[in-house]
Design a protein around this ligand. Structure first.
Ligand code: FAD
Ligand code: NAD
Length: 475
């Protein structure tokens, strides 16, 4: 095998593997190096997302939601079930199978695109050389015209709380619980805290989520965050805001979590503790001496808006660079960089990256919140449509939540769209496309939406922005 490539990608997660595939499609010779090891010690491409993030979490969210619906909703449909139960081992086995198919699929995609997979550690050396150390310990020095750094991120540790891999765990550990903890505490009411908290709550864990901030989901539109809080409360997800954790200790009767809130010092005793307070860039042993690649004060690889590091032929993408830590953001950067390397057009529109939180109801948005648009000095108009007024949502017994559009009052340009409700993550795609084309709310108003579909909520919200909604009274 050649030791010289047009492109070497270090990291085979959702940023790195698409970069490698697109480079291959662009007829460049490309290798993708990844060091991930599964729990059983086997190598796997796909990074955090496929192995320990997006995919396994959604598998468990789906299983736990189905169980919840079987228990609480099937009877409303007139479906009689007796003795509904669940088997965590079977859920975990299904999840593992989905992960396996997904990660092995990458190898098939690599083969089709002519990408050379290399399992082991990659380290950038000066002069666009890469030291590759295989999982067997063998070292080789590779050279490339371009190197793409896609080393991802890792869970942020919390001072005073030591992971033991069993009782005090990070998100990967929380995806692998062998049984349902009777009492669970999650530190951090961010995306992971809410999603994984929901999984185990639905399966019966008494779940407390400790959040340092005084506000839940400050990045979401305030109306959405308020609606979400109402539903989490109904689900008895006990979210405690303004809770500053001081430490945790494993004792005979459980994990003792110390925190302080407005009422003073508190102690919570639980069976398992999950720390989900954010992630930080992972660049351990990535850069050799004299590469010229710089990290910023938070440890992110410094790049410009086109993911150039400033060193000729060295690029960086995904969670290890600035911007939201999202798989689709990394993928878009990977594809853009591989196209730029091939001399083609490549660009990421950072203003239209959708966010989705896979709770029930699901939450999704793109663009500015009403509060952000106003703070930026924009005069805005908004339109909202509740799913309770959607025939399809009612038929699905999923009338909770709404769709909200924020548009510029003068130009009618759509500035942001916010959905909380059924399939919000799917619905938001229409808003992303609309904003990608700088659509106005009138453009959406004049677009035919099939009836009865959930997407009609987007249509009606756009109409409501001009007080022209048909299926709700306009106020
Ligand atoms: P990673 O996925 O972290 O991949 C980096 C890869 O590089 C890893 O395999 C790592 O082993 C390898 N690597 C690192 N250094 C080296 C080296 N020197 N040599 C060789 N290999 C190296 N995002 C979403 O958009 N949607 C979701 O639903 C979602 N759910 C999530 C749920 C959880 C529980 C978690 C933890 C994250 C979730 N995310 C989600 C975030 C998403 O996983 C990340 O944004 C995404 O994985 C980042 O992709 P990446 O390729 O930049 O990094
Ligand atoms: P996050 O940034 O979403 O949330 C972390 C939360 O922890 C914040 O609310 C923060 O205020 C709180 N926090 C920080 N320090 C704390 C402390 N000491 N005590 C109590 N609370 C504290 O991070 P996350 O939930 O860990 O997720 C990490 C990344 O993974 C995010 O960037 C997210 O985008 C990504 N992710 C995305 C999805 C998705 O797209 N559906 C799902 C999971 C994770």
């Amino acid at each position: 095998m050649s030791d010289s490539f047009d492109v070497i990608v270090i990291g085979g997660g959702p940023a790195g593997y698409p970069a490698a595939i697109r480079a291959g499609q662009n007829k460049l010779s490309v290798a993708c190096i990844d060091q991930w090891k599964s729990r059983d010690g086997s190598a796997a491409f796909g990074g955090t997302c496929l192995n320990a993030g997006c995919i396994p979490s959604k598998a468990l969210l789906e299983s736990s939601e189905l169980y919840h619906r079987a228990q609480h909703e099937f009877s409303i449909h007139g479906i009689k079930l007796e003795g509904v139960g669940f088997d965590v081992a079977a859920m975990q086995k299904r999840k593992a199978g989905i992960v396996r198919v997904s990660t092995q699929g990458i190898l098939a995609l690599f083969k089709a695109a002519g990408v050379t997979p290399l399992t082991g550690h990659g380290k950038l050396l000066a002069g666009r050389r890469v030291e590759f150390t295989g999982h067997d310990g063998a070292k080789r020095t590779l050279t490339a015209r371009h190197v793409v750094l896609a080393s991802g991120s890792e869970p942020m540790p919390l001072r005073g709380v030591t992971f033991d891999g069993e009782w005090i765990v990070d998100s990967w550990g929380a995806l692998d619980f062998p049984d349902v903890p009777k009492r669970l505490c999650v530190i951090g009411a961010g995306v992971i805290g809410l999603e994984l908290g929901s999984v185990w709550r639905r399966l019966g864990a008494e779940t407390v989520v400790l959040e340092a901030l005084e506000t839940l989901l400050p990045m979401a539109d305030a109306a959405v965050a308020k609606e979400a809080a109402r539903h989490f409360k109904k689900q008895r997800l006990d979210i405690r805001l303004g809770a500053r954790v001081s430490g945790a200790e494993i004792r005979a009767d459980g994990v003792h979590v110390g925190y302080a809130d407005a009422r003073g010092a508190q102690t919570l005793v639980v069976d398992r503790l999950v720390v989900a307070i954010g992630r930080r860039p992972f660049t351990h042993d990535l850069l050799g001496d004299g590469t010229g690649v710089r990290l910023d004060e938070r440890g992110f690889v410094q790049v410009d808006e086109h993911c150039r590091t400033g060193v000729e032929g060295v690029w960086a993408i995904g969670d290890c660079v600035r911007g939201p830590m999202l798989a689709h953001k990394g993928k878009e950067e990977g594809v853009a960089v591989a196209d730029l390397i091939a001399g083609q057009y490549g660009h990421v529109n950072y203003k239209t990256i959708p966010s989705v939180i896979y709770t029930a109801p699901e939450i999704a948005w793109v663009g500015q919140t009403e509060e952000q648009a106003k703070a930026a000095g924009r005069a805005v108009k908004t339109g909202s449509f509740p799913f309770a007024a959607s025939g399809r949502a009612r038929a699905m017994e999923a009338g909770a939540g709404f769709c909200k559009i924020v548009a510029d009052a003068a130009t009618d340009e759509i500035l942001g769209v916010h959905v909380i409700g059924p399939m919000a993550g799917e619905l938001i795609a229409e808003a992303v496309l609309a904003m990608e084309y700088s659509a106005s709310s009138e453009d959406l108003q004049r677009t035919i939406h099939a009836h009865p579909t959930l997407s009609e909520a987007m249509h009606e919200a756009a109409l409501a922005a001009d007080k022209r909604a048909i299926d709700i009274p306009n106020r």
